[in-house]
Design a protein around this ligand. Structure first.
Ligand SMILES: [Zn+2]
Ligand SMILES: [Zn+2]
Length: 342
């Protein structure tokens, strides 16, 4: 049964290219303050092409979006329990798994629900939807479902609202967790989400105001339509050299760019402060690959303060390994200190 008039197939722009957007925001249908039309206007003003609406445990906002000019609205929701939050993207049909979640309070009490988290994740995955764990290491909303099977997880929000003070640690830890997952053999996609709730802070909240589109995720897609989900690139089995080259334009602000392979730094380029915002720097690395050895590469850029400014999803080469560690809680180096801190 269709639950709102939103087609994933409607092409907002029918041309291949890089599209940018935000995978995490809220309206006044949960605990945000903006209406659908206001949020759509703000997204366009921020230069975004797509916006995933992820209200807590409700899809009610979608009936109010229509088809905003120039903006692809991705139907999602933030499944919100007191033990962790995850986004599900691509929902256009009602489903049994949605029943206990939809129209619940903004935050559901896990113990009262009598649910099995892996059953929930498996059901949405079986419907062809994407599960994305949100702000996994941001207290007090860190992910506590240690038994979650990573086979059901498609994306990880490695970059949540950087204006939130605890994300100074939460985001780098999430990046470290994702790195461990990649090295364990998972091909889970990293995404960013502003977790935008309101343009003006609640009284007494001491942080810069939320900003829609900070951070934002860039996706190369054949057209701007409801299936604009980021994935890494695969080059398959390579017997010989793989030449990796990245051109970085730091807009004059300086920092450092790093090419990472299987978790190690392969090449590094200092980005000096420059008068010209158009100054570019090139990183170059030739990797010798064996066809039977799995490897992943990504580029990351740190700003002059050592904070993450940009990160790519990986290029994968070689076979796809079968992970030995299968549960969230198996990645103890990163998850356990954060869980103990709760
Ligand atoms: Zn959340
Ligand atoms: Zn949220």
């Amino acid at each position: 049964m269709e639950i709102f008039a939103l087609s994933l197939d409607r092409a907002v722009r029918d041309a291949p290219g890089w599209y940018q957007g935000d995978f995490h925001c809220h309206t006044h249908h949960s605990d945000g303050t903006l209406a659908a039309a206001e949020l759509a206007r703000l997204a366009r003003a921020e230069g975004m092409d797509f916006l995933a609406i992820t209200d807590h445990n409700t899809l009610d906002a979608y009936a109010h979006f229509g088809a905003p000019e120039g903006l692809c609205v991705i139907p999602g929701l933030e499944v919100t329990f007191d033990r962790g939050h995850y986004n599900v993207f691509g929902i256009v049909q009602d489903a049994d798994w949605l029943g206990p979640v939809r129209r619940g309070p903004t935050q559901l009490h896990w113990a009262k629900q009598g649910l099995d988290l892996n059953d929930l994740l498996a059901a949405s995955a079986a419907d062809g939807l994407l599960n994305s764990i949100n702000h996994p290491l941001l207290p007090p909303w860190a992910w506590l479902f240690e038994d979650a099977e990573l086979a059901h997880v498609h994306c990880l929000e490695i970059w949540n609202d950087p204006s939130w003070p605890d994300n100074r640690m939460g985001n780098p830890l999430a990046l470290a967790l994702w790195t461990d997952w990649l090295s364990a053999g998972y091909r889970i996609t990293a995404i960013g989400g502003s977790d935008f709730h309101r343009p003006v802070n609640k009284p007494g909240v001491r942080k810069p105001p939320d900003r829609l589109g900070l951070p934002r995720t860039f996706v190369y897609a054949e057209q701007l339509a409801g299936q604009v989900y980021p994935i890494g690139a695969e080059v398959g089995a390579v017997d010989g050299d793989l030449v990796l080259e990245a051109t970085v334009t730091p807009a004059g602000r300086g920092g450092v760019a790093r090419l990472i392979g299987n978790g190690a730094i392969l090449a590094e380029q200092t980005l000096p402060w420059a008068a010209s915002p158009h100054a570019t720097h090139v990183l170059h690395h030739t990797a010798r690959l064996a066809p039977d050895a799995p490897v992943w590469f990504r580029l990351e850029v740190l700003d002059g303060n050592g904070l993450l400014a940009a990160v790519t999803n990986p290029i994968f080469a070689g076979p796809r390994p079968a992970p030995v560690l299968t549960r969230y809680g198996d990645f103890v180096d990163v998850t356990q200190p954060a869980l103990r801190a709760r």
